[in-house]
Design a protein around this ligand. Sequence first.
Ligand code: GDP
Ligand code: GDP
Length: 444
Amino acid sequence: MEKPIVAIVGRPNVGKSTLFNKLIGERRAIIADEAGTTRDRQYGETIWNGRVFTIVDTAGLLVGDDDPNLPLAEIVRRTHQQAQLAIDEADVIVFMVDVREGLIAADEEVAALLRRSSKPVVLGVNKADTEDRRQNAVEFYNLGLGDPIALSAYHGTGSGDLLDEIVRNLPAGQEEEEDDNSLKIAIVGRPNVGKSSLLNKLVGEERVVVSDIPGTTRDSIDTKLTYKGIPITLIDTAGIRRRGSIEQGIERYSVLRTMKAIERCHIALILVDAQEGPTAQDTHVAGMVLEANKGLAIIVNKWDLIDKAKFSYEDAKTTMSQVFHFAPYAPIEFISAKTGQRATKVLDIAQTIQSERNKRVSTSDINNLLRAAVREHPPTAMHKGAHLRLFYATQAQVEPPVFLFFSNAPEQVHFGYKRYLENRIREQYGFIGTPIILVFKGRE
Ligand code: GDP
Ligand code: GDP
């Protein structure tokens, strides 16, 4: 089921991330090593009055947005872009302003943009830490966005009122998509990498049986097909049918649309342009896929444009492995959506990953592996000379695979040791293209 998306927009420093952290109820976790890029968490799940929704801090969604050294004009431009992004993709927009600064021109411009959209907007007037400042919030009626809600993200006051207002504006309980048990594959990547071309090529392939011309959802266009007897839904984020409506000039990389597609899919194929090479945005999206515990493959497209005498397959493979080093288990394939070279291979890869995600390792096998792993490389002793013990393990879940390890001191198992165990599991069982989760528990 798709969760509604609530996007927070506003100028830098008005308190967006402070509010965001309050709402997702955890310290902003830095997702560093995992995704290969240091970045803050930008979206998380919230529940209020029984409604679950995803809340997004639009600042920093685009790499480099949160750079404090940007000139003012650039900040204004980007704030506009974020607002536009939210208008396009979110279900409810929270527009944040700073009561201490009062009503300023930059806010008015963004407000005008928001007023013209048909999206519900909740106006949060932040830094209203005192009664006086709460009074001052009335000034923001002038923005024409309805009742300003005075809050202090910092102290948490007023955030309940804000949440009430958000929930009031959420779309009526969205209908649950009927699940046809197909393998859902999202094709994601920057504009112009060839997402639509790949989709069209696949649909035109002889071995691919297209069963149904678009079953549409609001934001992505699904194509149903059957490949090697397995029903597949391709979730296309390029939005072939939107093509005409995408504004000329600025081609925005729709992170929110990508996020939604990732949420709905089993396997995400990240398309990378062979000529341009992978960008920070690509690794960023790969990080999102892994965080969502979905399957991942890296597909390098436009391989036909590469002069292999200058840049060989091996060179390319090495480059890609380095860039996506945080997911060494993700398959990397080189294709041409234009010529069709290895195009259907992406479907084979997705099917392989899906069966890897459903693989079960028997309890006796995983315990044999654990014993051998501990014998060859015992966990380091805890303080006071006590031994850290790993008693036994079992696979608790598939899709994604989850392994439970029982220990006398689960909280003392170091990150490095977890990594070691994961590597041992992968050496033996592969789990190609899928995250696996290792959970450490106290012995019952
Ligand atoms: P963002 O750039 O919009 O994400 O803003 P931040 O959340 O990073 O906040 C900018 C600054 O405003 C930080 O120093 C926060 O501590 C401060 N701030 C955020 N919310 C409040 C608030 O409710 N009251 C006060 N006094 N300061 C706040
Ligand atoms: P999207 O924005 O990701 O959907 O990208 P498109 O599918 O619209 O492709 C963008 C441009 O790249 C178009 O001009 C395509 O013809 C071209 N293109 C896509 N795939 C390939 C490919 O494999 N090889 C070459 N040479 N061009 C490609």
